[in-house]
Design a binder for this molecule. Structure first.
Ligand SMILES: Cc1cc2nc3c(=O)[nH]c(=O)nc-3n(C[C@H](O)[C@H](O)[C@H](O)COP(=O)(O)OP(=O)(O)OC[C@H]3O[C@@H](n4cnc5c(N)ncnc54)[C@H](O)[C@@H]3O)c2cc1C
Length: 257
């Protein structure tokens, strides 16, 4: 008998126009953004690691056809929080230097600038209650980790390991008392290396007891050590999420879902 299962819930794909309403830097390279727009009314995202596709048309997304919007450059982001009645959606962006489109947009866009939002196209929802949690990732996974933590019961037990460029406190992450957080400093020349080393060093004694849900997402190199940890801890790979959220040197990396 297992304590939880993962259920796939498909969703009709909807495209919405939105505008930049607010921006707040949590760290020099990490920014929380609020989007707003009539079309965001009714937005929903049932799964903690859901993703949307943010389109950057460089023009008013509301004036474009769906085909025109879909032709614009786009990147994947995690819906952090939303108000379906007011029509707002909050996202968090890691800003990785001067490269790319999405991270730069989060810093450089003017209030009122337009984007398109596609999805989520489907959700993976935890049904039941895991007896233990392992959440691991870099800042790109922080919004999904925040949502998983937000769904934990007060008595939850587990471990959260995050590789980041900062020390940790700036990201304003709080967990229930039984869930320990470890912050690891990223080696900028070797993303995911610190996280991979920590996952590789996790002992059986550190395994949360019982039926554990594991979520691991960071640079693509994390997939192998993530899977190895599942095997070592005897966790069911079918009831875990191990994903590359970006790939070094690969602009617009399209993660397999
Ligand atoms: C399911 C899913 C959910 C995601 N959710 C989020 C989220 O909520 N917040 C978030 O910040 N990211 C998230 N990401 C990751 C984000 O989609 C990628 O980092 C994306 O490549 C960023 O786009 P860009 O236009 O800034 O850079 P790109 O144009 O894609 O890449 C330009 C260059 O920057 C490098 N690069 C890309 N991402 C990073 C990075 N994180 N660190 C260092 N170098 C990088 C690339 O390798 C490439 O060399 C998610 C990814 C997936 C698959």
């Amino acid at each position: 008998m297992t304590a939880f299962s993962l259920a796939r819930r498909p969703k009709e794909l909807v495209f919405r126009a939105a505008r930049l309403a607010e921006r707040r830097f949590l760290a020099a390279d990490y920014v929380r953004v609020r989007l707003e727009g009539e079309a965001l009314r009714g937005f929903d995202s049932p799964g903690a690691d859901d993703h949307i596709r943010v389109f950057f048309p460089g023009a008013d997304a509301a004036a474009l056809s769906v085909d025109e919007l879909r032709a614009a450059p786009s990147r994947e982001y995690t819906p952090l929080a939303w108000d379906a009645a007011a029509g707002t959606l909050d996202l968090e962006f890691l800003v990785h230097g001067d490269e790319g489109i999405a991270g730069r947009w989060a810093v450089d866009a003017a209030i009122g600038d337009s984007v398109g939002v596609g999805g989520p196209r489907g959700s993976l929802v935890i049904e039941g209650e895991p007896e233990g949690w392992l959440l691991a990732g870099d800042e790109t996974a922080l919004p999904a980790i925040r949502r998983h933590i937000g769904g934990m019961p007060r008595g939850a037990r587990g471990l959260v390991v995050i590789e980041a460029s900062g020390a940790g406190t700036e990201y304003e992450l709080e967990t229930p008392e039984g869930v320990r957080i470890e912050w690891l400093r990223r080696d900028a020349t070797a993303p995911a290396a610190a996280l991979a080393a920590r996952l590789g060093a996790l002992t059986g004694d550190e395994r949360p007891a019982g039926d554990v849900f594991a979520f691991v997402a960071a640079e693509q190199a994390i997939v192998k050590p993530g899977r190895e940890l599942l095997a070592r801890w005897g966790l069911d790979a079918e009831r875990a999420v191990i994903k590359g959220y970006w790939r070094r040197g690969d602009a617009g990396y399209h993660a397999p879902h």
